[in-house]
Design a protein around this ligand. Structure first.
Ligand code: NAD
Ligand code: LMR
Length: 343
């Protein structure tokens, strides 16, 4: 990882670029949806992380015990357990330090992420209800399921109802946007993408994805605004590019597993007491114009330690953000209404 000036004008490590570590700790990580397209490669990566002492693979799919046995043959110290079906949610989430949630349907061609709401809202609600019942109070929830902009509000409302809400511990995973932005800038600048840091703000769908290219380190080598706009569009539509290329076979799974493994490693390193760990995530906002917002956050022993805000934006980025806010508000309200005003 690199050291750069953050939006808060403090020198911080921004966006851990590695999910391997030489430290050893004893964290339990549960993956709800662990037998799916994202879940399996995510578990494969977590099985190789020495911070993870116990990996719990939780899913309703019948292959779940097999996925766990398969993973358990990998010669690393991480213990693996498999938990199939909702009656095993308790065992899966008990003692979990982090619960990652990639459970739910992916898009089919022609769908927007919002079109997934009807199938995924109840999945997220029920998993969060189990999280409230069975996971320890200190546990951190990281939501991958789409539409992320609505799923984080759903989880938050369910936890509020259960009297268990701590906004520091409910994180929407937007790391794939950061990973993609760094990859594309690396290609443009002809440098290793691991050297690139670009915050992506707003949310995780369409116009709510707002790359803050003016804060890119090192600066992106594009001179005119048309090229910048093209790059922004490429980042915003990268998920759809994968969806179309997979031709009906699902959406991003491998790059998402990489991104989630990196995000998890950052959470665990912060839980272990490492300082200056920063990632972007969709979280309870410290802005008054939207209740949730994706931006760089400083991670600590309780999850979100400090919201670092948007930093300085140029005119183009400010106008993109203006466009994003009404869409975000709509997505957030849809999620909140689902829990507060059930039909
Ligand atoms: P998938 O269908 O391959 O896997 C989903 C898994 O969830 C399946 O194994 C299924 O059995 C399981 N599941 C369903 N309901 C469950 C429940 N109640 N409890 C436990 N497990 C349950 O889908 P995928 O490709 O892995 O994608 C999963 C989700 O992640 C989708 O909603 C997709 O849109 C989203 N996604 C988000 C991002 C992001 O950047 N946040 C990126 C890619 C995909
Ligand atoms: C992505 O950005 O790849 C995911 O949100 C999946 C999707 O539906 O595009």
């Amino acid at each position: 990882s690199r050291t750069v000036k953050s939006g808060a004008a403090v020198t911080l490590q921004y966006g851990s670029k590695t999910f391997s570590t030489t430290s050893h700790n004893h964290f339990k990580v549960t993956v709800a949806g662990g037998s799916g397209g994202i879940g399996q490669p995510l578990c494969l990566l977590l099985k190789q992380n020495s911070l993870v002492s116990h990996l719990a693979v939780y899913d309703i799919s019948k292959i779940t015990p097999g996925v766990a046995v398969d993973l358990s043959h990998i010669d690393t110290a991480t213990r693996v357990t498999g938990h199939k079906g909702v009656d095993q949610a308790c065992e899966a989430m008990k003692d979990a330090d982090v619960v990652l949630i990639p459970a739910g349907m992916p898009r089919k061609p022609g769908m927007t992420r919002d079109d997934l709401f009807s199938s995924n809202a109840s999945i997220l609600r029920d998993i969060t209800a189990d999280f409230a019942k069975y996971a320890p109070e200190k546990s951190i929830m990281a939501i991958i399921t789409n539409p992320v902009n609505s799923m984080v509000p759903i989880a938050s409302e369910v936890l509020k109802k259960a009297g268990k809400y701590d906004p520091r511990r409910v994180l929407g995973v937007t790391t794939l946007d950061i990973v993609r932005a760094a990859t594309f800038v690396g290609q443009i600048n002809c440098i290793d993408p691991a050297e690139v840091t670009v915050p992506v703000l707003g949310g995780h769908s369409g116009v709510t994805i707002v790359p803050a290219l003016s804060q890119c380190q090192p600066p992106v080598k594009l001179c005119n605004e048309e090229d910048i706009k093209r790059l922004i569009k490429k980042i915003q539509e990268a998920g759809t590019a994968v969806l179309n290329a997979k031709a009906g076979g699902g959406t991003a799974t491998l790059s998402m597993a990489y991104a989630a493994a990196r995000f998890t490693c950052s959470i665990l390193r912060a839980l272990a007491g490492e300082a200056n760990i920063v990632e972007c995530a969709f979280v309870k906002a410290n802005r008054c114009d939207t209740p949730y917002f994706a931006c760089p956050i400083l991670l600590g022993r309780n999850g979100l330690e400090k919201n670092l805000g948007t930093g300085n934006l140029n005119e183009l980025e400010s106008s993109l953000l203006k466009k994003a806010i009404p869409e975000l508000l709509k997505n957030i309200k849809t999620g909140e209404d689902f829990v507060m005003k059930p039909q």
